[in-house]
Design a protein around this ligand. Structure first.
Ligand code: ZN
Length: 164
C-alpha cells in the first residue's frame, strides 16, 4: 500500500468546518461531499493549504488563519450605486457576488454589502476579508494528479471539473 503525502500538485479531498472568531459556523463541507482541490495552486485559502502540506489521509488539522492568509485585509468601504446598474432580474442581497468590468474590460468581483431602496452598496472586498478564520479539516483522500489534470491545473472527475 502506498501512503501519499500532500505535496505540490496532489489531488486532495478534505472535510472541513470554517468558524469565525465568535465560534459560529460560516461554512462547511456537506456530509459525504468532501472539498476536492489541487494542492499548491491557491485553490483554497492559503493558510489552510499551508497547514495541510505534508499531511496524509486520516490526519486532522486545526488552524487559525489571519486575513493575510485568508481573504485579505479590508481595503476601502462599500460604495453606493443605483440599482439600474444591475440587470432588472438580478437578485440583490447582501453577500451576492457579481463580476464587474473595469474601464479596460478586465473582470473583477464585487459583492453586495447592503441595499437601501434603489441604492445598492457594493464592496470590492470579499465578505470574509479582514476576518480571522478558524478551520478544522480532516484529510479524506490524497492522490497524484493525472498528466491531463496537471496540464489543466485543476482536478477532473468526482468533486472536480467536468468538461463537456
Ligand atoms: Zn480540465
Amino acid at each position: 500500500m502506498s501512503l501519499e503525502t500532500i505535496a505540490m500538485n496532489s489531488v486532495v479531498q478534505i472535510n472541513y468546518v470554517l468558524r469565525g472568531d465568535d465560534g459560529a459556523v460560516i461554512d462547511q463541507s456537506e456530509p459525504g461531499e468532501p472539498l476536492t482541490y489541487m494542492h499548491g495552486h491557491h485553490q483554497i485559502v492559503v493558510g489552510l493549504e499551508n497547514a495541510l502540506a505534508g499531511k496524509n489521509v486520516g490526519d486532522k488539522v486545526e488552524v487559525k488563519v489571519q486575513p493575510e492568509e485568508g481573504y485579505g485585509r479590508r481595503d476601502g468601504t462599500p460604495q453606493p450605486i443605483d440599482r439600474s446598474a444591475f440587470p432588472a432580474s438580478a437578485v440583490l442581497e447582501p453577500g451576492t457576488q457579481f463580476i464587474a468590468r473595469a474601464p479596460d474590460g478586465s473582470p473583477f468581483p464585487i459583492w453586495i454589502a447592503g441595499v437601501s431602496g434603489n441604492t445598492i452598496f457594493i464592496d470590492r472586498n470579499h465578505p470574509l476579508a479582514g476576518k480571522i478564520l478558524h478551520f478544522t479539516a480532516e484529510v479524506t483522500g490524497v492522490r497524484q494528479a493525472t498528466a491531463e489534470e496537471l496540464s489543466h491545473g485543476h482536478v477532473h472527475g468526482p468533486g472536480g471539473h467536468h468538461h463537456h
